[in-house]
Ligand binder design. Sequence first.
Ligand code: F6R
Length: 260
Amino acid sequence: MEVIIQDTPEDCARIGASIIASTLRRKAHAVLGLATGSTPLVLYREMIRLHAAGELDFSMATSFNLDEYIGLAPDHPCSYRYFMEENLFKHINIRPERTHVPDGNAVDVDAACKAYELSIRSVGGIDIQVLGIGTDGHIAFNEPVSSLGSRTRIKTLHEDTREDNARFFDSMDEVPTHCITMGVGTIMECRQLLLFAFGKAKAEIIARAVEGPITAMVPASALQLHQDVKIILDTAAARKLEHGDYFRHVYENKPEWQRH
Ligand code: F6R
């Protein structure tokens, strides 16, 4: 695991966007794994800026999102499809037919989950996956005690997660109770992982995920077993790391050519 600690979310986003840009420069038809929520917004703004500056071309890229609420139509303002259209897709040149978000309105949800896994496989797997982390340690919507080998499937949302996400809805009653999510096993198969966390509310869980034991109680701790993962944190999210000074030292002493 490489832990990168920066002063602000904007600094973190610049690093993340530059890693994604070098992936796309090396492999124009790269497969990007994308996340929703508050955390990646600053990253998406930076990716849009680079695209507008002619430095990031998505014309050959494909994308897969991590998750979607069950029961929300794609044009529902709280659906993750809508979120992606508004916050990224409509501002860049990715081809709409190459963007994938699980279908929260599928009649046969199990079949839709299996088909999602197959379509990831059919394009050769995900090259680089963006992740956030929930305060309970979830990645995508893999709540505590999710199997660390799980695949795309239906999940019941934890009440804490519903409460965390209620801010996007008019009332708590409107927050869906179920979702489709890539599994921890699906995420672990991505070639490279970038997990972002900002703010002091994430400090405790980041310390547990990075420095604690690998456990299904903290699904993000599974990333300790991945061979190419960067944990990109602002100072507030990093403040409970016991080895924070060491992580800073490693990053500051990395040769420039090895940075991203
Ligand atoms: C959403 C997702 C979730 C979020 C997590 C953190 O696609 O993957 O795991 O990353 O709930 O959400 P924020 O960023 O809003 O704190």
